[in-house]
Write a protein that binds this ligand. Structure first.
Ligand code: SAH
Length: 450
């Protein structure tokens, strides 16, 4: 989501004459787009700011200017703190203020040119009504021939998982009207995008205003939205992330059964396999609900690959709770997953709970969990050997002549064949499965997406 937001920031700044550069020392403005989800991510901001300060000072010593801005969820949650810890920052703005960026830049730029500080610009207002107006969807930059793109269809979150800052930093859940989503998807397809990932904090609870003249009042769910996006000329692959298990509906399960464009890979975070922990986390599913849901999804799409997020060491988590998580992982079998030590976040209910787990216990549990997940990932990658997969070739690899692409399951696939080109979907036969990637060879049929 931050990648998507950063691209839109570049779009709104293009009319002011800003373009993207490769390194901060070439830049007239540096925007750090930040993440507040765990403490480590938030702390990185301050070390990064320290480094940028040196560049900014050097620029000013040479009578130049560099605007330094902090965007995103750390800005939203700790705006005042940023300005006191790093008073040289010019602009601090939260995820709901991105559309006001040009004004903020103009103000900061005037303040800088007037010499010294005109006072930093701080914008962390939330709109009274949630609404998707934080950034225009216009794509100013049509030069890049990216084949794969993100598209935010839903903003914010109302779930209030006890560990999570998202509802506080990104505001209330809001689904973008389908007409806007389809217009942006068509525009992206028009500049060569063939794979779209629909984004939302609980994307499967999408319920945007529909776009069907026969049923003008109807609200669309994600299943319908995916079908309409997949029907756009040029769109060959659709993905969505991230889903909340308790809100997967029949329409979405049917989409996995019926739509070949919908990739057979689903990120479905369970967080824990212990019902007591899930309840304390304020998740609205228990482990058996999750098992049954996966069962139904696999009935619809037998080759579905699953991924998840896990938190170890949530307050009160016992050895038995943790064992239940390992058991769930054994039962489900993941193709890959993300896992984290619980990180207390200021203002969230779980940070105040008794029974905080020792760091060394968290570290032990995380290592055991990751051993199991890594073994499952390797087993899955090895099981792909001999299969033919459609791989969207995205970029050059490290070795000369090597290309890297993505399989339907998001695996990185390496291939060396002079006949292949970036931007194509190649049919590759998998010859080796490694911890984090596959190796493939061309099977003869390469095709260029429309
Ligand atoms: N709704 C989004 C949430 C993004 S956060 C989504 O489901 O993708 C991604 C993951 O970070 C969460 O699923 C959770 O596993 C982890 N996470 C969130 N808050 C955390 C915390 N306080 N400590 C550790 N991990 C956390």
């Amino acid at each position: 989501m931050n990648v998507y937001d950063s691209e839109r920031m570049a779009d709104v700044l293009a009319p002011l004459g800003y373009g993207l550069v490769e390194t901060p020392d070439q830049a007239d403005m540096v925007i750090l787009n930040t993440c507040h989800i765990r403490e480590k991510a938030a702390e990185k901001v301050y070390s990064e700011l320290g480094r940028l300060r040196l560049l900014k000072t050097a620029r000013e010593d040479a009578a130049g200017q560099m605007i330094l801005a902090v965007a995103g969820c750390v800005a939203q949650a700790e705006g005042e703190e940023i300005l006191s810890r790093a008073p040289y920052v010019d602009i601090v703005f939260g995820p709901q203020a991105y559309h006001r960026l040009p004004e903020m830049v103009a103000r900061a730029s005037r303040a800088g040119k007037a010499g010294g500080k005109g006072g930093a610009v701080l914008d962390t207002e939330f709109p009274a009504e949630p609404k998707f107006d934080h950034l225009p969807a216009e794509k100013a930059n049509t030069e890049n021939a990216e084949r794969t793109a993100f598209l935010t269809v839903q903003e914010g979150c109302d779930k209030f998982c006890a560990f999570c800052v998202v509802p506080y930093t990104r505001g209330a859940e809001y689904s973008r009207p389908a007409a806007d989503v389809l217009a942006e998807a068509s525009r992206l397809a028009g500049v060569g995008v063939c794979e779209l990932t629909l984004l939302g904090q609980n994307v499967n609870n999408y319920h945007g205003a529909g776009n069907d003249p026969r049923t003008p009042e109807a609200v669309w769910g994600l299943g319908r939205l995916i079908a309409e996006v997949a029907a756009i000329d040029g769109i060959e692959r659709v993905r969505y992330t991230t889903s909340y298990p308790a809100e997967v509906d029949d329409e979405l399960i049917a989409a996995h059964r019926n739509m070949p464009e919908l990739m057979p890979y689903l990120h479905l975070p369970v967080q824990s396999g212990s019902d007591a922990v899930l309840k304390a986390m304020n998740r609205r599913h228990d482990a058996d609900f999750y098992r049954r849901l996966v069962e139904r999804l696999r009935q619809a799409r037998p080759d579905l690959g699953l991924s998840s997020d896990f938190i170890v060491g949530f307050p009160g988590e016992t050895d038995a709770d943790f064992a239940a998580t390992l058991k769930l992982i054994e039962d489900i079998g993941y193709v890959q997953a993300y896992s984290f030590k619980y990180s207390p976040r200021p203002g969230t209910p779980a940070a105040m709970l008794a029974g905080q787990v020792d760091e060394d216990v968290k570290a032990e549990r995380l290592a055991a969990l990751q051993d199991l997940l890594n073994a499952q990932q390797l087993a899955f990658n090895r099981s792909c050997v001999g299969r033919t997969m459609e791989v969207l070739l995205e970029r050059p690899g490290r070795d000369p002549g090597q290309l890297v692409g993505r399989s339907p399951y998001m695996q990185a696939v390496h291939v060396e064949d002079p006949a292949l080109a970036i931007g194509t979907i190649a049919r590759l036969r998998v010859t080796a499965g490694h911890a984090n990637s596959l190796t493939g060879v061309m099977t003869g049929a390469e095709r260029m997406p429309a």
